[in-house]
Design a protein. Structure first.
Length: 189
């Protein structure tokens, strides 16, 4: 009998790990069998989403590798760690605002920032900035919706991100935050 380790998972483990993908694939097959036109349209949407992710994920992982190798942990702790103060907040906003791409690209970067010792509230600010204060989005809003709308939205979102990040940081107990950081240290990626 074979010994299945983490590097050689069993078929049962693979099916469990990819059950959502398998169920979705079967549902897509059933949909296509019932209504071919709708099924083909759904396959087109899946293909578009896959291409979009294929364009975003590789640059994000390259950035992650560079961030992981080029930025020493001590530097990250100094600029975004527990005692970083206002410079950590500003840097988190700048990193998130300068980003391009969908929100799912922020989470691997947040993981590396946490691995390097960034403060939890700065991570929340980074994710909030990525989702709402991106420079490309702001420029689009200026041209499409007008400068009054874009500036008002930005001026409302910045304090909103700060307040939400501060509240989440206070409401999540220290033990839970420490567990998150410990689990990140244990990850093998």
């Amino acid at each position: 009998m074979k010994n299945f380790s983490a590097k050689n998972p069993s078929m049962k483990t693979l099916l469990k790990r990819y059950r959502f993908f398998t169920i979705t694939l079967v549902a897509l097959g059933i949909l296509t069998a019932i209504d071919q036109k709708l099924g083909i349209e759904a396959i087109g949407v899946v293909g578009f989403s896959f291409r979009e992710m294929a364009m975003v994920i590789p640059p994000v992982f390259i950035l992650l590798g560079l961030l992981d190798v080029w930025v020493p942990k001590e530097t990250m702790v100094r600029y975004m760690g527990e005692d970083s103060g206002i410079k950590g907040i500003v840097l988190a906003f700048l990193l998130g605002s300068a980003a391009a791409g969908p929100l799912y690209g922020a989470f691997p970067i947040a993981l590396i920032l946490m691995k390097k010792g960034a403060k939890f509230s700065n991570i929340l600010i980074f994710i909030g900035a990525w989702s709402t204060t991106k420079i490309p989005m702001f420029l689009f809003e200026m041209t499409a919706l007008g400068s009054d709308f874009a500036i008002t939205r930005l001026l409302i979102n910045i304090p909103g991100i700060m307040i939400i990040s501060h509240l989440l940081d206070k409401f999540i107990v220290t033990k839970e935050k420490n567990n998150i950081y410990e689990n990140i240290k244990k990850m093998d990626y």
